[in-house]
Each structure stands twice: as C-alpha cells, then as structure tokens.
Write a protein that binds this ligand. Structure first.
Ligand code: HAM
Length: 416
C-alpha cells in the first residue's frame, strides 16, 4: 500500500469543502479591498529564499526542500509566498507603477516535524501591499487579516503586535541584547549560543524552555526604537483602536523570517486548546531592493489555511445546496431518466444520475452522495407521464413522497 509522504495529506470531502469555503471568502475580501490574484511557481531558485528570508532563520537553515534539478541548478519548493511574489513584482516590472496590491493562495513546503496544525505541505492565503508606506496601510493590512478570520466564523482570536523599527533601531537593540545574552551565555541552548554570534534577534524566537526564561528578562525592542519608528508604531496602534481591532503589544514578537522592519504581527486563537499562530505578517523595507527593484516598502500577511480548517471542525456545516438524485427503477427507464438529468443540469440544478444496482442500492448511493430529493422513475409512472418525488433526510414523517408530472419537475425543483 502506498501512503502519502509524511506531513502531506490528501484533501477531499468535508476537508476540501472547508478549504473551498475559506478560500472563496478570503478572495472575496481581498477583491473588496482592491487586491488581484497572482500565481507564482512552486519552485524558485534557492537564492530567492536565502537572500530574502535570511540564512540564519529556521526556515532557510533547516526546513527547505532544496535539490539540484537536471541542469544542476539549485531549486527550492517555496516555504512561503512573499519572496516569490516580490521576485515576480520586480521581474515583471510591476514596481514601475506603485502601489501594487496582490493576493495569493497555494501550497507551501517546510521540512518540519509534523504535529497538530504543522505539516510539511500546507496551504497559505496571503496578500502583499507594496509601495504605499503609511500607518494607514499597516492598519488596513491588519484589518484585512482580521476580516478574513472573522469571515469564516472564528471570532476568538487576537492580534499580537510589535514594531521591529528601522535599521538604526534594530542595530541599537541588537547591541543591547548581545550584551544581555552574553551575560547568560553558558545557560543558553547550543543553538542560541550559535545565534548569539550570527543572528542574535533569532534567540527571541527560541522554543527552548530555558532560553524562553532568559528571554523574558531581556531588554525590549520598543525601548530602542528611533523617534521616527516610535511615532510610526504609535500611529498604527491608534488606527487599530479606531478600527476596533483587538490587539495586544508583544515586546518579544520578532517573527521567524528576517525581512521584517517596523510593524510585525501574528493572529493567535484565544479559546480552545490550539494556541499556535493562525497567521502572521509585517512590513518589509528592503525586500524589493534585494531583488534589484525599486526602493519601495511593502507589507503583507499569510494565513495558514490548514490551521483554520482544524479550528473549524466544530462548527463547519457542509455545503447546504439542494442536491437531486435522478433514479430510474430499472434499466428500461434509463433513457428518460438520463434526459431528465440532462435537463436539470442545463437548468443549473445540482443533480446525480444514479443507475447502478437495484432500487434499494440506488437509494443508498443517493443518500451517501448527500442527495436530499430523489426523482424516481418506474414503468407505471412513465406510462402516465409522472415521476415520484421522494424527500430524503427529512425529519417529517408525513408527505415524504409526492407524484408530479414529468414536465413540471424543473419548475417544482426551482420552487424548492
Ligand atoms: P509565517 O508566519 O512563516 O509567515 O507563516 C504564516 C502562517 O502559515 C503561520 O501563521 C501558520 O498559520 C502557517 N504555517 C506556517 N508553517 C506551517 C506548517 N508547517 N504547517 C501548517 N501551517 C503553517 C509567512 O509565511 C510570511 N510570508 C507572511 C508574510 C506575508 N509576511 C509578509 N507578507
């Protein structure tokens, strides 16, 4: 028996219904705010991610699916969407005419340890809003993320917010935490000790228990923000308050990717046992120039669709469209049943033609396929130009069947 690759799952039935429901809601919200879809390749040259996400991040140093293609070029299955979208904006010269507002959805790949809500292949919906640097744009972007989560019926979440400031703020802050962590170096995990030399900010992202304890007493970034960065951040906060978007400042939120400056945020569930981030994003000042584009800033976020699907388990109701089964009693009635089925399809009525097995088996199949009305066509009915309509899945015990003229079927179903 073949199984799917570890950490990669098949989506079908209720799961694919959930996925479609989420995506159609998110796309509608993105369109409402003026975003257009972009589809970038799943594979990019490895350098695209090294340059943008940063060599010292877990994503780049441990989690990428990287291999040499037949032309000996190093390529990588995208671990996130932003790098490819920005690469495309520059390659396609979209940055000649700013702002650019794009949304995307698709598969991402990270070689991580699979666990609840963490997969090796997972799906993100994201937006990138490039070339319009202002606290308003930051507030709008966070508002879109909140609107998306709310649109699928999830209300118990909060926005965790921080500012990573400009280059000057981060330089000063880095000096301060290097000094602090050096004092505690021997108690830090091996990984964090290595990061102290290469990328000290990443220590704040550590999942090691002892590291977390040391981090809790570390200097905070907000105290090192330049005047300009502080004014910018305060403005974003006050706009979020005006928008009535629930947020909480988290001084240690640094995000797992190196391209951020200024605003950084995550969406966290506030009820139930699952508390990992549902989404995250932030502003990036240098990403376009990394790819040789304009000196323009952008902001965006990505939401992990698989994690939302997990939380929706309790309340998601499958597609409530009416579905009609056209059921010939025997093979003799197949031609007329098939032509009725075709009529229903032409009229846009969701329907199934069920013609295999005896009548009991056909009704069982209709039930399994989720049909709630069956049109049963037997010899006697057809002779009198009638069909029997059977209402399935109904709690009513009377009026479960009805005889109707074949010529009236479409009108009858339309009125239902
Ligand atoms: P990220 O925080 O790395 O940000 O990922 C965004 C979301 O993707 C996470 O909050 C989580 O819900 C989901 N996610 C990440 N890894 C996994 C996994 N292994 N399994 C399931 N879900 C996962 C980014 O990717 C940035 N590109 C967001 C962004 C856009 N920043 C600016 N623009």
């Amino acid at each position: 028996m073949f199984r799917s690759v570890r950490g990669m799952k098949d989506l079908y039935g209720r799961e694919s219904d959930k996925f479609d429901f989420i995506l159609s809601n998110f796309r509608r919200i993105g369109e409402r705010y003026g975003f257009g879809m972009i589809y970038t390749p799943l594979l990019e040259y490895t350098e695209v991610f090294h340059r943008s996400i940063g060599d010292e991040t877990d994503v780049v140093s441990k989690e990428m699916y990287t291999f040499l293609d037949k032309g000996e070029e190093s390529v990588t299955l995208r671990p996130e969407g932003t790098a490819g979208v920005i690469r495309s904006i520059v390659c396609e010269h979209m940055d000649q005419c700013l702002p650019v507002k794009l949304m995307y959805c698709g598969e991402m790949f990270r070689y991580d340890r699979p666990q609840k809500g963490r997969f090796r292949q997972f799906r993100q919906f994201g937006i990138e809003y490039v070339g319009d640097k202002s606290p308003y744009t930051d507030a709008i972007t966070i508002a879109i993320a909140a609107d998306c989560v709310r649109s699928i019926g999830l209300f118990d979440f909060k926005i965790s917010l921080n500012s990573l400031g400009d280059d000057e703020s981060r330089e000063n802050y880095t000096k301060a935490i290097v000094k602090y962590f050096s004092r505690h170096e021997e108690r830090l995990s091996e990984e964090s000790r290595a990061r102290l030399k290469k990328n000290p900010l990443r220590i704040l992202d550590s999942k090691n228990k002892q590291d977390i304890e040391i981090c809790s007493m570390a200097p905070i970034l907000l105290d090192y923000l330049s005047k300009e960065s502080r004014v910018y951040f305060n403005r974003v906060c006050s706009l979020l308050e005006d928008y009535s978007i629930n947020y909480e400042v988290n001084n240690f939120l640094v995000r797992g990717l190196d391209y951020y400056s200024h605003t950084a945020f995550e969406i966290l569930p506030t009820s139930g046992s699952y508390r990992e981030a549902l989404g995250g994003g932030g502003r990036y000042d240098k990403l376009l120039s990394v790819f040789g584009g304009q000196d323009a800033s952008g902001i965006g976020f990505a939401i992990g669709i698989d994690r939302l699907m997990l939380l929706m388990d309790d309340f998601f109701v499958q597609n409530e469209r009416r579905k009609v089964a056209v059921v010939p009693v025997s093979e003799d009635e197949n031609p007329i049943a098939f032509s009725i089925f075709r009529d229903l399809q032409h009229c846009g009525i969701t329907s199934e033609f069920i013609h295999l097995g005896n009548l009991a088996k056909k009704m069982k199949i209709a039930d399994r396929l989720g049909c709630d009305i069956a049109i049963i066509l037997g010899e006697n009915e057809i002779q009198s130009q009638n069909a029997t309509i059977k209402f399935m899945n109904t709690r009513e015990t009377t009026n479960k069947t009805k005889i109707i003229r074949i010529s009236d079927i479409v009108n009858f179903l339309r009125s239902k």
